[in-house]
Design a protein around this ligand. Structure first.
Ligand code: SF4
Length: 507
């Protein structure tokens, strides 16, 4: 699997000094696997050839799916609600068509599923906490997919697993008739199948008193088969993660993979999101000017609203806050000249000379107008994601970063109330999210509260694909989604054009 094709990112010097005997992938089989079933127990690691970009891209796509699954859990969605919510997300990021479908993509989808699972297995085996979380979410994903499979494919897949379950013979069933009935209450007729397994393999069923326990064996009714398969999947995955953890130190020798794995594991702590100009900027419909920022600020997430408020209060922001805010404004579609006007007017207590000497360069640098190679070859820097703002610790006296992460509970509540979030239940849930370190969930909760009517309208009238209402993990996505939702009617009527929104549509 990891015998990646050499690409530009490979450091040839480093590669040359690696001891070939220690290169754990030197004996790769270079063999493509074929996938008979859509579902996979992921017992065998992939052995085929894969480009490094795919290794990362597929891992990120799977991570997105797991993060959305976790957010369903945090929001207490029922199994049915989770299944409905996840369907378009799975179709978009990790589609798995069944054999009965007419898809011609089976092999590629299954390969992607297989490889991405193993990529994340490596990335999340480093600590016990990560292993537990990964195993829990992968098990949830497995269960969701198993239940979505049609009955025939599910049966064929389960048969292919060759589980060590013993079918209870007719004689034994007849002998145990009364005990099976009284222990489980499900024995209705003699045609039904029962399995015998070691009781340790079905702890959930034992706990829920759904089995008959006898001589160290659990007698399980066929209708509990899915639970048994899911339990087995979870057990094997947990054992596999322990093994992967032991292999990790050797992985450090491969400097192609370790940065990717580190990035992925960080993204699991707080979901990362690549900046996507289409999902951030409104410049395709609206020309944004410096004068519009005050009105547009009502669509900003708390991290940017907080900076905007401070800027208006003190007519100044410190370096990192300025950088965070400048990149965000660039991301929403404010061009460099307008951005310079915005900062110049905002720093109204400062002389022109001081502004030019001390501040102008940094703004131009953020846009890539000045600066060398480090400045992404003239494009400047991309706006920061939630992950960066949640994980980068601001030093004392600095105001950048994510308020859900870095503000004291009282300051956070005060800021939320000042920005119009007064509902007690929402504030209580936000507090709870923050206590449990679910910062981006708290932010999404506030977004959903503030846009509840618009989201309902979009859903009721199927105006947007469900996947465009997924969990927000980038401040610029927050802005664009808010702007589009709050101006839904105007967009539908074609009232927002190149001259920008009218004053009342900005609020
Ligand atoms: Fe900003 Fe993201 Fe924090 Fe929300 S979660 S306030 S968008 S950094």
């Amino acid at each position: 699997m990891l015998a990646a094709r050499p690409i530009a990112r490979l450091d040839n010097k480093r590669r040359a000094v690696l001891d070939p005997r220690k290169r754990q992938f030197a004996k790769s089989q270079w063999q493509e696997q074929s996938y008979e079933h859509a579902m996979n127990f992921y017992n065998l690691p992939p052995t085929g050839d894969i480009a490094l970009e795919q290794f990362e891209e597929w891992g990120i796509a799977r991570l997105k799916v797991l993060a959305e699954l976790e957010s369903c859990q945090f929001r207490n969605r029922t199994a049915e609600e989770t299944s409905t919510y996840m369907k378009p997300i799975l179709d978009k990021y990790l589609r798995l068509d069944q054999n009965s479908s007419r898809s011609t993509e089976h092999e590629l989808q299954r390969k992607r599923d297989h490889y991405s699972h193993w990529t994340l297995r490596l990335a999340f085996s480093a600590t016990e906490e990560l292993r537990k979380r990964f195993a829990r979410l992968e098990t949830q994903l497995f269960r969701l997919r198993l239940n979505q499979n049609d009955a025939r494919e599910r049966r064929e897949f389960i048969q292919s697993l060759n589980m060590s379950w013993e079918t209870v013979s007719d004689d034994e069933k007849a002998r145990l008739l009364d005990e099976l009935k009284s222990a489980t209450g499900v024995y209705k007729n003699e045609e039904e199948s029962w399995f015998k397994v070691d009781w340790e393999n079905v702890p959930e069923l034992v706990e829920q008193r759904k089995v008959l326990l006898k001589m160290g064996k659990a007698f399980v009714h066929m209708r509990e088969q899915t639970s048994m398969v899911v339990g087995e999947f979870s057990r094997q995955l947990e054992a596999g993660l322990e093994l992967a953890a032991r292999a990790l130190p050797r992985m450090d020798e491969d400097n192609r993979l370790s940065p990717i794995l580190t990035h992925l594991s960080k993204s699991f702590a707080s979901p990362d999101s690549q900046y996507n100009a289409d999902a951030s900027s409104i410049s395709d419909t609206t020309v944004i000017t410096a004068n519009m920022i005050d009105a547009l600020a009502s669509h900003f997430p708390l991290c940017m609203q907080s900076l905007h408020r401070e800027l208006r209060k003190n007519s100044h922001l410190k370096h990192f806050a300025r950088l965070q805010y400048t990149l965000f404004l660039k991301g929403i579609g404010l061009d460099m000249n307008e951005c310079i006007v915005f900062w110049r007017k905002s720093f109204k207590l400062m002389t022109d000379d001081k502004f030019k000497k001390e501040y102008l360069y940094n703004i131009r640098h953020a846009y890539g107008d000045v600066g060398g190679d480090s400045n992404r070859r003239g494009r400047g820097y991309t706006p920061y994601s939630c992950q960066k703002l949640i994980t980068d610790v601001p030093s004392s006296g600095q105001s950048h970063g994510c308020p859900y992460r870095w503000f004291s509970p009282d300051n956070l509540m005060g800021l939320l109330q000042a920005t119009g979030v007064s509902d007690r239940e929402v504030l209580k849930s936000v507090k709870e999210d923050v206590t449990k370190t679910r910062y981006h969930i708290a932010c999404n909760r506030v977004f959903e509260y503030q846009h509840r009517n618009e989201i309902k309208k979009v859903k009721d009238n199927s105006l947007w694909p469900q996947s465009e209402l997924d969990t927000i993990t980038h401040p610029n996505t927050y802005f664009k989604r808010s702007f589009l939702l709050k101006n839904l009617n105007k967009f539908q009527n074609g009232d927002i054009g190149v001259d920008g929104p009218s004053q009342d549509s900005q609020g």
